[in-house]
Write a protein that binds this ligand. Sequence first.
Ligand SMILES: *[C@@H]1O[C@H](CO)[C@@H](O)[C@H](O)[C@H]1NC(C)=O
Ligand SMILES: *[C@@H]1O[C@H](CO)[C@@H](O)[C@H](O)[C@H]1NC(C)=O
Ligand SMILES: *[C@@H]1O[C@H](CO)[C@@H](O)[C@H](O)[C@H]1NC(C)=O
Ligand SMILES: *[C@@H]1O[C@H](CO)[C@@H](O)[C@H](O)[C@H]1NC(C)=O
Length: 284
Amino acid sequence: MVVLFFISMFVARTMCHTITQLDVPRWADPRIDAELRCQYMRQPDDPALHSVKWYRGKHEIFRYTFQEFETRSFNSTGVSVINSSCDPLLCAIMVRPEPGTASYTCEVSSEGPRFAVDRRSANMTLAVLPEYEPLITGLPTIVQAGEQAFVNCTSDYSLPPARIDWFVDGEIQEDPIITGNTHVSGADGDGLQASWRTLHVYPDDYSTHRGFLSLECRATLPTRPPNIRSMAVRLFVASRPHISSYMLSKNSAVSRSTVHQLHSCLSIWTMLLLVTREVPLLVK
Ligand SMILES: *[C@@H]1O[C@H](CO)[C@@H](O)[C@H](O)[C@H]1NC(C)=O
Ligand SMILES: *[C@@H]1O[C@H](CO)[C@@H](O)[C@H](O)[C@H]1NC(C)=O
Ligand SMILES: *[C@@H]1O[C@H](CO)[C@@H](O)[C@H](O)[C@H]1NC(C)=O
Ligand SMILES: *[C@@H]1O[C@H](CO)[C@@H](O)[C@H](O)[C@H]1NC(C)=O
């Protein structure tokens, strides 16, 4: 058996074109025609390319015959090939995606006597885009210095569920203390799922705020190109009343950091505040 397997590998390798890459988007954007690409390679001893065929499920939808420089589309399944571009190394077609999941197969055959074929398949599913922009909830009117805020971002039902990313002042937040995982709801009747992710903001951790932080939530669907929807809000931060700009700048040099460092900053601060309060008494 093993020997047979190796012999068949050897024959396949030497007698026909081999597909080196099949590129079918896993998720298709319903508003954009999807491009499917099949790349193949010919070894020096291989016979010439005979044809490249594309199938949707079991139905042939497209054929490129190399010797005749001919391309043909087949319209039996109602899926139309909009456009194509094929040569001895690559055959790309554009299709209008259909609802649901379909398996697309690229099949490359070499000239006789064997007309050996190589084929590969991949599934493509039509994505269902969210109808609404992501929604940020739980935003406080203002946070006092030293306080924290929890905000929540929810993305509308979609297929697949959106991945949510949080940005503070344009910087992606990945620290698990600041933002947890993207949570995904159960599927609705059509198989769509909503997702949400919380952001735990410690305004003192960000050196640059001028009375507010800009919070942005981005919901991404992995279509090609990705479908991105976003919502941005301002989180207003009360300024500290008793602290000189010298100490603020000193603190911001230290901050940009973990929560533990933040807490130690806060306690140093508290001590310094106490000391400055005591000073007038001592002077008296
Ligand atoms: C494919 O068939 C559909 C109807 O079955 C038709 O509307 C469409 O124009 C056809 N496309 C091509 C390229 O022939
Ligand atoms: C489709 O046609 C356009 C020009 O009409 C071309 O730029 C594009 O590359 C074509 N796509 C494919 C997959 O051949
Ligand atoms: C495509 O999807 C079907 C059914 O969901 C699955 O059985 C098959 O293995 C998938 N094919 C590929 C190439 O992922
Ligand atoms: C965030 O919003 C989602 C959806 O509205 C909700 O299910 C979840 O409980 C909220 N999480 C928090 C921490 O408020």
